[in-house]
Design a protein around this ligand. Structure first.
Ligand code: FES
Length: 108
């Protein structure tokens, strides 16, 4: 198991650029990681892909983890989704996220 430290950039709901450092397996998913760094009220359903409060857009980078039907269904009901929308609670925290740029969109 690697102990390397990775980082990503995210834009909060005010458009401010922020940085988050993480280690693989430090968090179960991206929602937990950003909730730890970004103190806001999201993650209402605790990562079940029901609430959409952890809506993000992947601006740069790639996530090979496919969306399951719950994530697809929830995203289909979010008005401000983009073609790169994801639910942060469904994204595993691994080295693939290193250097990614994420925009927090939230549900609307
Ligand atoms: S925490 Fe509810 S959809 Fe992600």
């Amino acid at each position: 198991m690697t102990n390397s430290c990775y980082s990503l950039i995210y834009f909060n709901e005010f458009g401010e650029e922020c940085h988050a450092d993480f280690k693989v397996n430090e968090y179960h998913n991206l929602m937990e990681l950003l909730f730890d760094k970004y103190v806001e009220n999201w993650g209402e359903c605790k990562g079940r892909a029901w609430c959409g409060t952890c809506h993000v857009e992947l601006v740069k980078g790639s996530i090979t983890e496919n969306m399951d039907k719950d994530e697809l269904l929830r995203l289909s009901k979010i008005g401000n989704r983009t073609e790169n929308s994801r639910l942060a609670c469904q994204i595993p925290v691994n080295a693939e996220l290193n250097g990614s740029i994420i925009r927090i969109l939230k549900d609307d």
